[in-house]
Design a protein around this ligand. Sequence first.
Ligand code: ZN
Length: 245
Amino acid sequence: MQTRQNEQKNGDATDTPRIVPSPVLTGGGKLALLDRPRAVIDLASWQTVLHFARLCDTEIKGRGTVEVSGSEFLLGNPFILGQKVNRAQTDDSRAFNAFYAQLASQGREKEVARYCLEWHSHVDMPPFFSDEDCETIAGYTVMFDWMVLLVLNRRAEYQCRLDVYNPVRLSIELPLYVVLPAPSIEIDLMCRQAIEEHVHAKPSLADRFTRFLQTWNYELQSSAVSSPALMPAEFLATPAEEENP
Ligand SMILES: [Zn+2]
């Protein structure tokens, strides 16, 4: 139902190209990308993925969920399955197929589509999608309409991409944003006090123009305000000059 609504809205051209506004879709929903998409991950999930990578001096692969909200792919719930690893390879396909089949056998087919995040570590090597990675990614076409792939290393360098399988095959690089928690009370107070001490308002041209109109009791008539010749010099004075005649 949501998918059909999105397709309809997608057809409505607007001045500003934007992703179709929609409620959060579970993974596997059809995409309607009109704006530059990006991946977003909560801090705990990012720390978990990075910690998995840092704890292993071999490659390691994991899974997670993806939800679509507007032009954002929300990554979360990272976990790992049984896998055989070495410094240059990892393969959890057998365990993932079993995981996939188990959910389907429990009548949770819709839920299956949520698990369309795959991430893996390149240990200390540059994060890029190797030919072998691309072969693996291409193989998901029988399971998913699209997937989000993340490769990272122990220096927290990464590449993230969206691969669409259906109705057309394409790959899009995704910038990855980490959602930070709200600052502590200490940081909040420090910032507020520093702003109060050091940051002072500087009236903009529009502010001064408004004040000028109020001072001279001008009525807002377009013919009266459109000519710069009507503006007295004090209107263009800086605040400092005004305060210290
Ligand atoms: Zn790789």
